[in-house]
Design a protein around this ligand. Structure first.
Ligand code: TMP
Length: 206
């Protein structure tokens, strides 16, 4: 039996962590076996790559180096965590995946979408998430929440126009891939956000 692969995406401060916990509980209530993981990271080596990518001292990293490190971490994560869990029949929920690369390295840094698509095909073959929940909120709302968290990582230190491009790229991907994406309005009260998530999951179960 093979499992299912769901990803959660969104710009900074949209509440991914809280909602991923909600999704885990919702699926576990249905007696499903769930693996929650994240990108960049999720396996030992990929978490080491994450530390390099997020380190606030690496301010001058070349955009292509950043892109390749994201995919290097992803290759390892797929090999060590995602594919084995799916083979065991589990539901894998990943806090970010390749749509984040389109949004941050494509939209944010300006790397061509074609180049990202080439790496996506190389590293993943035709493997793609079955469902992507995009938590969407205006950039100013998300950045206000992030500002309260203490020391900022390399991405969190970017200016708001970077995050506007990230958000617009996510929304554009949701527009061109409506069969995979569900856009959740993350500015609603938590209960309402979770009700939107529940509806998306219930649709997926049908
Ligand atoms: P997190 O804050 O959601 O844990 O994610 C870490 C940061 O990594 C976040 O700012 C987005 C960024 N990121 C990319 O730039 N490209 C990617 O492909 C992924 C997965 C994350």
């Amino acid at each position: 039996m093979s499992g299912h692969f769901i990803t959660i995406e969104g710009s900074e401060g949209v509440g991914k962590t809280t909602n991923i916990n909600f999704i885990r509980e919702y699926l576990e209530e249905k007696k499903l076996k769930v693996t929650v993981t994240r990108e960049p990271g999720g396996s030992k080596l990929a978490e080491e790559v994450r530390a390099l990518l997020l380190n606030h001292r690496q301010d001058d990293m070349a955009n292509d180096a950043e892109l390749l490190l994201m995919f290097a971490a992803r290759a390892e994560h797929l090999h060590k965590v995602i594919h084995p869990a799916l083979k065991r029949g589990e539901w894998v929920i990943s806090d970010r995946f390749t749509d984040a690369t389109y949004a941050y390295q494509g939209g944010g840094r300006g790397i061509s979408m074609e180049r990202i698509a080439q790496l996506e095909n190389w590293v993943q073959g035709d493997f793609r998430p079955e469902l992507t929940l995009l938590l969407d909120a205006p950039v100013s709302v998300g950045l206000k929440r992030v500002g309260k968290r203490g020391e900022l990582d390399r991405f969190e230190k970017e200016k708001s126009d970077f995050f506007e491009r990230v958000r617009n790229t996510y929304l554009e991907r949701a527009r061109i891939l409506p069969q995979c994406f569900r856009v959740i309005d993350a500015t609603c009260p938590l209960e309402e956000v979770q009700s939107q998530i529940k509806t998306s999951l219930d649709d997926f179960f049908k």
